[in-house]
Design a protein. Structure first.
Length: 430
């Protein structure tokens, strides 16, 4: 096991290049199960969540050939196994995308219930509602989801989502690609990775219209062939480095981004007194003056992303004035607040509301990453804190950030990875 040791308090200067989007990759890789042929996928981030998804695909019988660090060929032509085991599935939330893919291709799936970051209850009723509407029988028994299309193939229909769910939108879209007839998803999620998945599927022969709006129409096709696809840059990784500059100060060019995807984050940083300049495929983030307070409510895209909530709170801890944060997506996404308090932050939480009173400075302390984005936010806070912060349980962070240490060192951060002898750190499931 490892921990990060960060000596904070110095501004950041230089360039950071953003990797491929985690939440697009973890949907696109299982989507290859729908394809009879080789999918060459580029710009795959090297993170542990991707490794786990590839393990699940291999267990199902996919042929995987590594072309280079960020490119692989996946050939699912010979997959016949439709059962994904508990051992791997429990480790990652996005593993549930194999349900939509297997059900869409074979009319049947038997998959252990997924794991994932703990933000309170994480139901999958909307996924199941979609599959049932498309003619599947779905039972949850012994920790497994058993799904079977009654006529051997899913049948297109209209599905209205009761909550805007990224996972349900993606899973139903996957199930619908090779279903019989037309599926219409209403109240669909509009996140960039939903659009990226639709673009991938279309380039492999699917017929999807409307991704990026709240009505997505999928006309089922009999066959999908292989092809090439390059994953979009990671909105949240880019946003995390933007907040790192906002918190620590300095000036950093964040390369390989789609500035449009960052507008929801940029708007708040501007309000807080951070300068953000948009270029074609980069943003320049500069912070020279003290941060100002901001009120933030997290919402589905194009609202402010819940996956940026802990990182922006890290900045607001040091802003002048009182900021009010409303978590609009998850029930319990403030578990990290007690760790921030160890650094000297002044935050009160009442249900989905957090009140952040800005303080003049944070001071380094030993803290623990409790989930992926909270862990990233702890890095952001530590870069701004005076003295030394040690963050443990950093395997959470490594689920979603490629090369974080090298990227931050490249802009002058004093951060290193230190080994912790086995047994001193208790591993949790991410
Ligand atoms: N919900 C339901 N029923 C469902 C599905 C969701 O009630 O069947 C509720 C959830 O409880 C939540 C809301 O709907 O309150 C949104 O959940 P959503 O399904 O959109 O979340 P998800 O698909 O499980 C993805 C990301 C999360 C991100 C959320 C929201 C992936 C692999 N995960 O999760 O990302 O927080 O969307 O944007 O795409 C992360 O990357 O750190 C991360 C946790």
């Amino acid at each position: 096991m490892t921990k990060y040791v960060i000596h904070g308090g110095s501004p950041l200067y230089g360039e950071i290049t953003i990797s491929g989007a985690k939440n697009a990759a973890v949907a696109i890789l299982p989507a290859a199960l729908l394809v009879d042929g080789v999918c060459r996928i580029e710009n795959i981030p090297q993170i542990s969540d991707v490794t786990l998804i590839l393990e699940i695909l291999e267990e199902l019988g996919a042929g995987i050939r590594v072309i280079n660090r960020h490119t692989i060929d996946i050939d699912c032509s010979h997959v016949r196994n439709t059962r994904a085991s508990y051992e791997i599935m429990r480790k990652i939330r996005a593993s549930y995308y194999v349900i939509g893919s297997l059900l869409g291709r074979f009319g049947s799936a038997e998959v252990a219930m997924p794991g994932g970051c703990d933000f309170g209850v994480r139901p999958i009723d909307q996924h199941i509602k979609g599959f049932v509407a498309m003619g599947a029988q779905v039972n949850v028994e012994g920790g497994f989801i058993h799904a079977q299309a009654e006529s051997g193939r899913l049948v297109g229909t209209q599905v209205y989502l009761d909550v805007v769910s990224v996972g349900a939108t993606i899973n139903i879209m996957l199930g619908a690609c090779r279903a019989k007839g037309l599926t219409v998803i209403e109240n669909a999620a509009k996140e960039p990775h939903v659009v990226d998945l639709a673009n991938f599927l279309n380039s492999m022969g699917a017929d999807i219209m409307g991704a990026g709006t709240d009505v997505i129409k999928i006309r089922g096709v009999d066959r999908m062939q292989g092809g090439f696809y390059s994953i979009i840059p990671d909105q949240i990784e880019a946003g995390t480095y933007m907040t790192a500059v906002a918190a620590a100060g300095g000036e950093v060019v964040i390369q390989n981004v789609i500035p449009k995807h960052l507008e929801c984050i940029t708007a708040k940083l501007l309000e807080m007194g951070v300068e953000v300049e948009e270029l074609d495929d980069a943003v320049v983030v500069r912070r020279e003056h003290p941060l100002r307070k901001a009120n933030i409510k997290t919402m589905p895209y194009p609202g402010f992303p819940t996956d940026m909530q802990p990182q922006i709170v890290a900045c607001l801890c040091l802003a002048q004035g009182t900021s009010i944060i409303t978590e609009g997506v998850w029930d319990n996404r403030y578990r990290y607040v007690d760790e921030f308090k160890r650094l000297g932050a002044n935050i009160r939480v009442d249900g989905k509301i957090a009140v952040v009173e800005g303080v003049d400075r944070l001071m380094g302390a030993p803290i623990r990453a409790c989930d992926l984005r909270a862990g990233a936010a702890m890095v952001v806070a530590s870069l701004a804190a005076e003295g030394t912060t040690e963050i443990d349980s950093v395997y959470h962070i490594e689920r979603g950030y490629e090369n974080l240490i090298e990227k931050l060192k490249g802009v002058g951060a004093d951060i290193e990875v230190v080994s912790v002898p086995d047994g001193l750190e208790k591993q949790q499931v991410g």
